[in-house]
Design a protein around this ligand. Structure first.
Ligand SMILES: NC(=O)c1ccc[n+]([C@@H]2O[C@H](COP(=O)([O-])OP(=O)(O)OC[C@H]3O[C@@H](n4cnc5c(N)ncnc54)[C@H](O)[C@@H]3O)[C@@H](O)[C@H]2O)c1
Length: 338
């Protein structure tokens, strides 16, 4: 019998790609999402992509324990993959309490209902943001943790909630996955990062410039101690990231032991390298303007990727051109009528 997995936030950017990877790996998957940052139309696209006749899904919030109870009444889950959260760093500085409520209370609600049903395996969407301002590169999982904004605070607190739960009760098995910078889209062009609003992150911003929706990219800082002076980050293709969730889940199921790993490539790419690669994907040079550094930005941030390789067999295989080409394919096809 296929293992059954609950995906919270499964209609979102990373959740939808993980849905595809889990179906391809033979799991039965149920999505819950309140569609606060996604569209219900993604469900029919997932059906089209995977051949699953009707994607099993429920509309509701992780803040609603009665709703969670209903979903757990209807299914016998082996594990949960928890994506549902608010994720905009800038917004989190304006409405920190909402971020703490959704990201931390949502997690607590989920853990309580899981415990009541004896479901003890959970994969948690954490982030490189839990390293605060990194002291050493590449960033190892044992590096000191911290936060520089309310969003980062909620992710660190999420990890700590899981650590406290596991310390008190070893029946829990948590896969804590610290994503670096997820980019790109499924090669079909049917799912990708929803390009509404002004994006916070580099690649969606570049994509908007490429599409002519924004005039140019502002490059914040050209005098960092990096090869071309611009900021360096570890970009990982969202399909690689999605496969990392499948590997984390199967590790939890095989061993019932938890793990905390970075999911990145281990390589840093600069803003200008990213811009040039996106230019190759869309067929023209993209305009940019150099601006002063932004307070709080670090020169470089990339993962020590060896623990995920050793523990989960995880390897990011898709390169920069694939990241940009798949993003551009999504922007010019699928995102138009999503
Ligand atoms: N995208 C990134 O750069 C990145 C990096 C590190 C970590 N993460 C984490 O990964 C997870 C997924 O990120 P994403 O980029 O796919 O974001 P996303 O916004 O595309 O997906 C999150 C999904 O959760 C849903 N959701 C939000 N609040 C909910 C609630 N209360 N109840 C039910 N559903 C709710 C949204 O509608 C959306 O579909 C988040 O936890 C995020 O913090 C993302």
């Amino acid at each position: 019998m296929a293992r059954s997995v609950l995906l919270t936030g499964g209609a979102g950017y990373i959740g939808s790609h993980t849905y595809v990877a889990l179906i391809e790996a033979g799991y039965h998957v149920v999505i819950i999402d309140d569609f606060s940052n996604s569209k219900a139309s993604v469900l029919s696209r997932l059906s089209q992509l995977t051949g699953v006749n009707r994607v099993s899904s429920y509309e509701g919030s992780v803040l609603d324990p009665a709703f969670l109870d209903q979903v757990f009444d209807a299914h016998d889950f082996d594990a949960v993959v928890h994506f549902a959260a608010k994720k905009a760093v800038g917004e989190s500085t304006e409405i920190p309490l909402e971020y703490i409520e959704v990201n931390c209370s949502g997690l607590l609600n989920l853990l309580k209902v899981m415990k009541g049903r004896g479901v003890r395996r959970l994969v948690f969407s954490s982030s490189a943001t839990v390293y605060g301002e990194p002291e050493e590169l590449p960033i190892h999982e044992d590096a000191p943790r911290g936060y520089t904004n309310p969003y980062g605070f909620t992710k660190l607190m999420g990890e700590q909630i899981l650590e406290q739960a596991a310390a008190a009760d070893p029946a829990w098995a948590f896969g804590i996955l610290r994503y670096f910078n997820p980019v790109g889209a499924h090669p079909s062009g049917l799912i990708g990062e929803d390009p509404s609003d002004i994006p916070n992150n580099l690649m969606p911003y570049i994509a908007k410039v490429a599409a002519g929706d924004l005039p140019h990219l502002g490059v914040f800082g050209s005098d960092y101690d990096t090869p071309d002076g611009t900021g360096v980050r570890d970009y990982i293709h969202v399909c690689d990231l999605a496969e990392g969730h499948v590997q984390s889940l199967s590790k939890l199921i095989e061993t019932d032991d938890g793990h905390t790993v970075n999911l990145g490539t281990g390589n840093g790419l600069s803003v200008l390298e990213m811009l040039a690669a996106y230019g190759r994907a869309c067929g023209r040079d993209l305009p940019y303007e150099m601006k002063p550094r932004r307070p709080g930005d670090v020169a470089a941030c990339y993962a020590e990727a060896s623990r995920a390789r050793a523990l989960l067999g995880f390897e990011a295989t898709r390169g920069l051109d694939d990241m940009c080409a798949s993003s551009w394919h999504w922007i010019t096809t699928g995102s138009k009528d999503a």
